[in-house]
Design a protein around this ligand. Structure first.
Ligand code: CAA
Length: 370
């Protein structure tokens, strides 16, 4: 993998790995018990890890996109929970505000997000709009210099803990093609409440909640981009988001494989069992190539939709395949809490679902090919 990283990026990787060992590793048990890693995120903010690809002018680290993706990969080897929190906060909240925001929006939100003073959440999914994102129903009605938001969002990562919410809403339900717009909504705005906190199979330290919007009055200046730009903003943000989730998948897969290697060194198995590692290692390298290729395309501002979906499709399947196979390789031990294999197995599955299921990634790739 080193051949794909510059000397500077390799130094960053060392720093992120050291941070993960020193700060993230000790928090794993608490996160597994469902504790949201607030203190850890504050430390990450202080050290710049919540604004890696954001220019230093906006209090970010000013690193390139590949360094950011490498950081998610590295952090997710230790904790996939931290991987998803960082990815959602950065790729689909801070980066779109930086890309589409007015000067005032950028100045008032990006420095606080990039330095970790505020955490971000991306609010697209609704009870009747998951994969078909354009059928969202949350309404934003224009009244003078405000919009009034009514509706519900579900499965929102970091919901309740975040202070800045990027909310997608319908501004013109009469339009043939629904007119979707994006809004920056702050926690604490009257009428905006936090609902059900999902109990999940994995990623126990991250929050996944329902959000209710009941007559939430948002000043017009909180509209991100122009009215009707929301779908485009959501989709282009998800391109970067999907590379982040692909990197998270890579971290889980690599950690699972490393656990199998360590176990088999200590508990030698027959040749037939051991050589299965050959296939797993090869799949992992193929996934890495796709993820870092997608990152380099994004960094070079080249069309990235197809590459991002391919990276997410393949890396998430790789994480599921490797973490499943590793449980088998460890035998009954792999099914116990004594080893991390079972956590990797539980954390991997969601990578095939959120930020667009594998079926959606195939559809996106297919549309791009045709
Ligand atoms: N990048 C840039 N533009 C894109 C795009 C992309 N990835 N996907 C679509 N677009 C653009 C198209 O080019 C098209 O533009 P024009 O109108 O100018 O031609 C426009 O958007 C409409 O595209 P489609 O006709 O393809 O739209 P569609 O309605 O048929 O379906 C879809 C698009 C790909 C299925 C889309 O609905 C989709 O991605 N669905 C999945 C939603 C998703 O990923 N949700 C995850 C929510 S976040 C989350 O998981 C939680 C979390 O916090 C982790």
């Amino acid at each position: 993998m080193d051949v794909l990283l510059t000397e500077k990026q390799r130094l960053w990787r060392k720093r992120v790995a050291e941070f993960a060992r020193q700060y993230v590793f000790p928090e794993i048990e608490a996160m597994e018990q469902g504790v949201f890693p607030k203190t850890l995120l504050a430390e990450m903010g202080r050290q710049g890890f919540l604004g890696i690809p954001i220019p230093d002018k906006y209090h970010g680290l000013g690193a390139d996109f590949t360094t950011y993706i490498m950081a998610i990969h590295e952090l997710s080897k230790v904790s996939a929970t931290i991987g998803v929190i960082v990815s959602v906060h950065t790729s689909v909240v801070t980066m779109p505000i930086l890309a589409f925001g007015t000067t005032e929006q950028k100045e008032s939100y990006v420095p606080k997000l990039a330095s970790g003073q505020k955490l971000g959440a991306f609010c697209l999914t609704e009870p009747k709009a998951g994969s078909d994102a354009s059928s969202i129903q949350l309404k934003a009605e224009r009244t003078d210099d405000h919009y009034v938001l009514n509706g519900t969002k579900i499965f929102i990562t970091s919901g309740g803990e975040a202070e800045v919410y990027l909310v997608f809403a319908v501004t013109d339900p009469t339009s043939a093609k629904k007119n979707i717009s994006a809004f920056i909504v702050e926690k604490g705005t009257p009428g905006f409440t936090i609902g059900k906190d999902e109990k999940k199979m994995g990623l126990h330290g991250s929050k996944t909640v329902t959000l209710h919007f009941d007559g939430v009055r948002i000043p017009k200046k909180q509209l991100l981009g122009a009215e009707g730009d929301g779908f485009r903003i959501a989709m282009s943000s998800l391109n970067a988001g999907r590379i982040g989730i692909a990197a998270q998948s890579l971290g889980i897969a690599e950690a699972a494989l490393a656990e199998a290697v360590t176990y088999l060194k200590q508990h030698p198995a027959g040749l037939e069992t051991t050589i299965r590692l050959g296939d797993l290692g090869t799949k992992l390298e193929a996934a890495k190539l796709l993820v870092y290729q997608a990152a380099s395309y994004k960094e070079a501002n080249r069309p990235v939709t197809k590459k991002a979906s391919m990276a997410k499709l393949f890396a998430s399947k790789t994480a599921v395949d490797i973490s499943t196979e590793v449980i088998h390789l460890l035998g009954l031990a792999g099914y116990t809490k004594q080893y991390r294999a079972e956590r990797y197995f539980r954390d991997a599955k969601i990578c095939e679902i959120y930020e667009g299921t594998s079926e959606i990634q195939r559809l996106v790739i297919c549309k791009q090919l045709i």
